[in-house]
Design a protein around this ligand. Sequence first.
Ligand SMILES: [Zn+2]
Ligand SMILES: [Zn+2]
Length: 170
Amino acid sequence: MTGSLLAVDLVNLAGTRWTVDAAQKTLREHQIRRAALTVSSSGQLRDWAVRLRSAFEDVDIDTRCRAINGLLEAGTARAYLTTHDQLRPHLHFASDDDDVVARVKAVTAGGLAIFAVESDGGRLGVCARIGCGTAFLDTSRNGLRSYCSARCGNNDAVQRHRKAAPKAEV
Ligand SMILES: [Zn+2]
Ligand SMILES: [Zn+2]
């Protein structure tokens, strides 16, 4: 899950309050090693995060697979199994000595591809409340999540009700 969770956080950070510090903090929260960023590498990662959003858009499965294939093509060098730090075998998609931008591109593209395999191409989404746009991974049991949070779901229900109310009074 590491790569796909990091991808969501970067997409949402790029959509709101991206700074070098905030990006660095996000990388560290997701156990990215040697996560120090410069203004330039932070800018490259922000461009990448904007691109990652394509995996979350509300599209059919084939379009989503093409979007993720584009990310794999641009972001990964090779795939291999590793057991570093006594972890269970997992896939890496960039060399360990690549710079932080290359490693983050690889782990997010690869992570989203693995997630898409396990979710049959679904369970990636953008909040349905107009004006929100927050991306999410749907890990709910039924996989029918439409909002980023309960709050957005409630606000949307209230707005729909207000819109519908005048008609009811006619
Ligand atoms: Zn690893
Ligand atoms: Zn939302």
